[in-house]
Design a protein around this ligand. Structure first.
Ligand SMILES: [Zn+2]
Length: 164
């Protein structure tokens, strides 16, 4: 018997988000604030259930849309950066890098538990959220979950989680 494997993959016009960020690189360099129109894809691997599908496409698209909506039209900031210090003071969030400061209203940004807001880290954060939602809302445990975040045309990062 050949071994069979199944997966579903979604990417839609509404699994996109526009956000601002800046990342650090090299020895103490920090980008200028800029934005991307990110496109996100999610892939779920698992065995076929009784209706002969891996996981409901519509439910998967809805979960992904819900997650990316939290990032849409916001400034993405890293909570675990060694170089960018992020603090909340009242209704404002202040990010500091050396003598540079960015001050934004709290509701205009998202502070993510990542060391740098690279496409790789965004992909992992989205995958973690998606995995948690699949388990808690659908009682579903995928065998493999992959998320791709495209930051520019032809420029994307992929994170893959595997059940051990
Ligand atoms: Zn960028």
């Amino acid at each position: 018997m050949p071994e069979e494997r199944w997966s579903v993959r979604v990417t839609k016009d509404y699994t996109v988000f526009s956000a601002a960020h800046f990342i650090t690189y090299g020895a103490g360099e920090c980008e200028r604030l800029h934005g991307h129109n990110y496109r996100v894809r999610a892939e779920v691997h698992g065995s076929l259930e009784q209706n002969a599908y891996v996981f409901d496409f519509i439910a998967l698209k809805d979960l992904l849309h819900e997650i990316v909506s939290e990032l849409d039209h916001r400034l993405l900031l890293p909570a675990e950066s060694q170089q960018i210090e992020v603090s909340t003071e009242g209704e404002e969030v202040i990010a500091r890098f050396g003598d540079r400061r960015w001050i934004v209203p709290k509701q205009d940004c998202v502070i993510l538990p990542v060391p740098n807001t690279t496409a790789e880290m965004l992909a992992r954060w989205i995958a973690d959220r998606l995995l948690e939602m699949l388990r808690s809302r659908h009682g579903y445990q995928p065998e493999v979950l992959a998320v791709e975040v495209e930051e520019n045309f032809g420029q994307q990062a992929r994170y893959e989680w595997r059940l051990r």
